[in-house]
Design a protein around this ligand. Structure first.
Ligand code: APR
Length: 391
């Protein structure tokens, strides 16, 4: 098979890229290791920045979002004895949207199926070849066990944190930056209406807690736990007890509503950025190039920003101008590092370390961010998101 752009991975990055490329008049083929049902059912992030919504609006992909998403003007930040509402809009930021990545993935894949996108699911052993040449190609084994080969002008690795594309950037050129954190997140969903109208970020001596939501009837929570903790240590009763304590249920007239827990798991917080995001005819986008701690909800938004920049760059290249493609890695990485720095500092302000001096510094930081106009403006700008082509 032959195409202009071979895309590896049908997560939000790969699917949206194929959609945006079509609007640039560029044909692509997507190959994905998992089944379509698996990809469409996977639970992941769920917060969209205004700039991401702009992209989806312009691409004709936002009907579901505007029908079922929840627009939020800000967040609550709290610690024992204090609850502050941070209104992004009045601080110069923009509103954010709560809309599940699962729903967004379905919306985009429905649009791609309707447009007749060439997509191959259940493709095993994907390998990249000759990315240094002007005739790169992919090989793999398709769902029927047949060997496939896709020749392309460029290959884009949208294959997530554990993908294979990154490995095709040779060692002397590739550099990965990594930060490990001493804590993990216990995340769970519950079939109960959210007990809050905006996302709550809570500092507590027992550890960070977060209350967010998927819909009017599904709540989502995260609790800071040690890295060596295991989900079998956390019965549903223990989870609700810890959540109620950390979120201050029963204080200041606020009550946490509980319900059946439908899914719970523990995931480590991590940050890894791989550079460059382009090598010869290979481009990386989304989690394939970078993962950041989820506290700032940046992963999905970075993936949307990357493929927006990349589709524009490949469109310009098709028209004879390679300058945006040459600048892609630097342009995307400026935004990635902004998000990595924000995710790091926001995480650092909220996750306790067991150090009494550190606790006081965190509380001073949260006090400043939620009471000073300049502190609040920085939080609002970063949380609600910088422009796609951030400079
Ligand atoms: N061959 C083909 N497909 C692969 C391979 C491979 N070797 N390895 C991984 N994939 C597929 C995965 O199965 C997955 O469907 O690539 C896809 C990558 O999708 P995501 O992990 O969702 O990554 P991305 O599209 O970059 O989405 C952005 O940021 O913070 C997160 O939650 C957010 O998942 C979201 C991500």
């Amino acid at each position: 098979m032959k195409t202009r752009v071979a895309i590896i991975g049908a997560g939000p990055a790969g699917l949206l890229l194929s959609h945006l490329l079509e609007r640039e008049g560029i044909e692509s083929i997507v190959v994905e290791a998992k089944s379509s049902e698996f990809v469409r059912g996977r639970f992941r992030a769920g917060l969209l920045e205004a700039a991401s919504v702009d992209v989806l609006d312009a691409a004709g992909l936002s009907a579901g979002l505007h029908k079922n998403g929840l627009q939020h003007r800000g967040i609550y930040v709290q610690w024992p004895g204090a609850k502050r509402s941070v209104d992004f809009v009045s601080l110069g930021g923009r509103p954010v949207w709560v809309y599940g990545q699962t729903e967004l993935t379905r919306d985009i894949s429905d649009a791609r199926f309707a447009a007749g996108q060439q997509m191959y699911y259940n493709v095993e052993d994907v390998a990249l070849h000759d990315v240094d040449s002007t005739a790169p190609y992919l090989t793999g084994i398709d769902a029927t066990g047949r060997a496939i080969r896709i020749d392309a002008d460029v290959i884009v690795g949208c294959d997530g944190f554990a993908g294979v594309s990154r490995g095709s950037i040779p060692e002397p050129i590739q550099r990965s930056y990594e930060r490990r954190y001493p804590h993990s997140w216990l995340g769970f969903f519950a079939d109960v209406a959210p007990s809050t109208d905006q996302i709550i970020f809570a500092w507590h001596p027992d550890g960070f807690a977060m209350h967010t939501m998927r819909s009017a009837s599904i709540s989502r929570f995260h609790l800071q736990v040690p890295n060596d903790d295991h989900i079998t240590n956390w019965s549903d009763d223990r989870i609700w007890e810890a959540t109620a304590t950390r979120l201050g249920s029963g204080e200041n007239g606020w009550t946490l509503h509980t319900g059946p827990i439908t899914e719970k798991s523990i995931l480590p917080l991590r940050c890894r950025v791989t550079t460059p995001m382009r090598h010869a005819r290979l481009f990386l986008a989304g989690d394939a190039a970078h993962v950041v701690p989820p506290t700032g909800a940046k992963g999905l938004n970075l993936a949307i920003a990357d493929v927006t920049l990349l589709a524009r760059a490949l469109g310009a290249w098709k028209r004879g101008d390679e300058s945006l493609a040459n600048a892609y890695s630097d342009t995307a990485l400026r935004r990635v590092w902004r998000a990595a720095e924000f995710s790091w500092s926001w995480s650092s302000a909220l996750h306790t370390t067991g150090d009494a001096f550190g606790d006081q510094l965190q509380l001073a930081q949260l006090e400043w961010l939620t009471s000073s106009p300049s502190g609040g403006a920085g939080l609002a700008e970063n949380f609600s998101g910088v422009p796609i082509a951030f400079a």
